[in-house]
Design a protein around this ligand. Structure first.
Ligand SMILES: [Zn+2]
Ligand SMILES: [Zn+2]
Length: 273
């Protein structure tokens, strides 16, 4: 059984190493390099896992988990400038990767249960996650993108009647469209200097070029060669996206998630390979 406690806090931070020249800072932090602060409303999801205790009917006392997070994390970080007021972020870049490692070190083990997963959102579509299940914790970074495209669900392997029966209104010959939301999760080894898994600028550029520019404001059936002979379902689209990104993202591609609508969500990950 798993349970998750959510906590919120706001911090200021900057990506700037005063021991480096402005040019070196720009090389290291890209467009995020600045000697001035900016801020985020962070959201932390702490997931614990364990057996239900027969005497209490609970896995763990969630009030205690809440108090631990409040005391050890929220009160230390909330309304602070990370670079100026919180150790070790005067020396270590306060990125999502380093922040979640810092949180993992400080958060007390929940009595009678195990800390299973930490997720830290800097924005609703940008978060780091530390999976503590295996022997070595696995750190990943997830970034969101979106594009709009139209399609018609129609399989070349079925008759017109069969297509109509199977896909109903989605088989409309004039097509329809979606605002697709894509989540790209990467993992791998962190840069020893910055603690970063990936240069976000570089990741954004690859996803922009390989996915967003390719599919945004397109008719998938008519304009894309990959859907000339296959049905542009979200499953097929997501597998195409995986193939297009797998060898081009500047890190290990772990998972891609496609939201066709808020209620239809598709996921493909390295385990499916
Ligand atoms: Zn920031
Ligand atoms: Zn559709």
């Amino acid at each position: 059984m798993r349970l998750t406690r959510v906590a919120r806090f706001s911090c200021g931070h900057r990506f700037w190493d005063p021991s480096l020249t402005p040019e070196e800072n720009t090389r290291r932090f890209g467009i995020y390099a600045s000697p001035y602060n900016h801020g985020h409303n962070y959201e932390l999801h702490v997931t614990v896992e364990g057996d239900i205790q027969p005497t209490t009917g609970m896995v763990v006392n969630i009030r205690k988990v809440k108090e631990d997070i409040e005391r050890e994390i929220v009160q230390v970080l909330d309304r602070k400038s990370l670079n100026d007021e919180v150790e070790p972020f005067d020396r270590v870049p306060p990125n999502l990767e380093n922040l979640i490692r810092w949180i993992a070190e400080r958060i007390p083990a929940p009595g009678g249960a195990k800390l299973r997963r930490l997720r830290l959102y800097e924005m609703y579509d940008f978060y780091s996650e530390l999976d503590l299940y295996g022997e070595a914790p696995m750190l990943t970074l997830t970034r969101g993108y979106h594009f709009s495209a139209s399609h018609r669900l129609h399989s070349p392997h079925l008759s017109d009647e069969e297509n109509q029966a199977l896909f109903g209104p989605c088989n409309n010959p004039h097509g329809h469209g979606h605002n697709y939301e894509l989540e790209v999760t990467i993992g791998g080894d962190a840069d020893p200097k910055t603690g970063m898994l990936v240069d976000i600028d570089e990741l954004d550029a690859v996803v922009q070029r390989e996915v967003v520019e390719r599919y945004d404001h397109r008719n998938l059936n008519v304009e894309l060669p990959e859907f000339q002979n296959q049905n542009p379902t979200s499953e097929m689209l997501l597998r195409e996206i995986w193939k297009r990104l797998r060898d081009k993202v500047p890190a290990r591609l772990v998972r891609v998630v496609l939201r066709e609508t808020p209620r239809n969500v598709f996921e493909y990950s390295e385990e499916n390979e």
